[in-house]
Design a protein around this ligand. Structure first.
Ligand SMILES: CC(C)(COP(=O)(O)OP(=O)(O)OC[C@H]1O[C@@H](n2cnc3c(N)ncnc32)[C@H](O)[C@@H]1OP(=O)(O)O)[C@@H](O)C(=O)NCCC(=O)NCCS
Length: 170
């Protein structure tokens, strides 16, 4: 059984390898500092029964972001103030040995759950993500993320889609 929790000292950050060095380095060198400074929060998926140093099977990080509504296209911009807030899924990665087992999907669902908590407390129009390449873009699109007209590697998952997917009502 797996669980998702905030990144802590008990997690084996050095042992994590998702095949992308920038994503490995973020977990090893940056994630905890960013959490301490309020820049972002990182959550890890681990085995429920693992003992420290607990292997990290996957992780995601979130931060609050500001968006110019015009970057969503003129249709959306008309309905919104010029500056709106959202939540950015800054990083998502799964250990090479655990890929294609549904862990990425479980992490995305958890990120959506965190979005709902923020939505219920402070609002937010949706989840934003920067896909690192076309492969990652396709990965996010299958969960309903929409490419932004201003930059097709930046994608947006509207709050409404998240509420529908999690069956939570605003
Ligand atoms: C991309 C990543 C997060 C996916 O996580 P995962 O746990 O392997 O993916 P899941 O098991 O949840 O995949 C669910 C479905 O997504 C699709 N999928 C998986 N990886 C994909 C990829 N790289 N591109 C497109 N679709 C993909 C498949 O349809 C898969 O179902 P299938 O295995 O039945 O075919 C993971 O492969 C990873 O960490 N890669 C390296 C880092 C990275 O690219 N991160 C993206 C951030 S920009």
């Amino acid at each position: 059984m797996h669980k998702i929790e905030l990144l802590a000292k008990s997690h084996d950050r050095d042992g994590f390898d998702c095949g992308s060095e920038p994503l490995n380095l973020f977990l090893k060198q940056t994630a905890r500092q960013h959490a301490e400074r309020g820049i972002s929060r990182t959550f890890v998926l681990v085995d429920k029964d693992a003992a420290p140093p607990i292997p990290v099977l996957g992780y995601f990080s979130l931060n609050i972001c500001q968006i110019k509504s015009e970057s969503l296209g003129s249709g959306e911009a008309k309905k919104l103030p010029r500056d709106v807030s959202g939540v950015r899924l800054g990083r998502l990665a799964v250990a090479k040995t655990c890929q294609r087992q549904g862990i990425g999907k479980a992490l995305l669902v958890a990120a959506m759950g965190k979005f709902i908590e923020i939505f219920n407390t402070a609002g937010g129009i949706g989840l934003f993500v920067d896909a690192k390449d076309q492969d990652a873009k396709r990965y996010y699109e299958q969960f309903g993320f929409i490419p932004m007209p201003s930059n097709e590697l930046e994608l947006f998952l509207p709050a409404k889609t998240i509420h529908g997917a999690l069956d939570s009502h605003p």
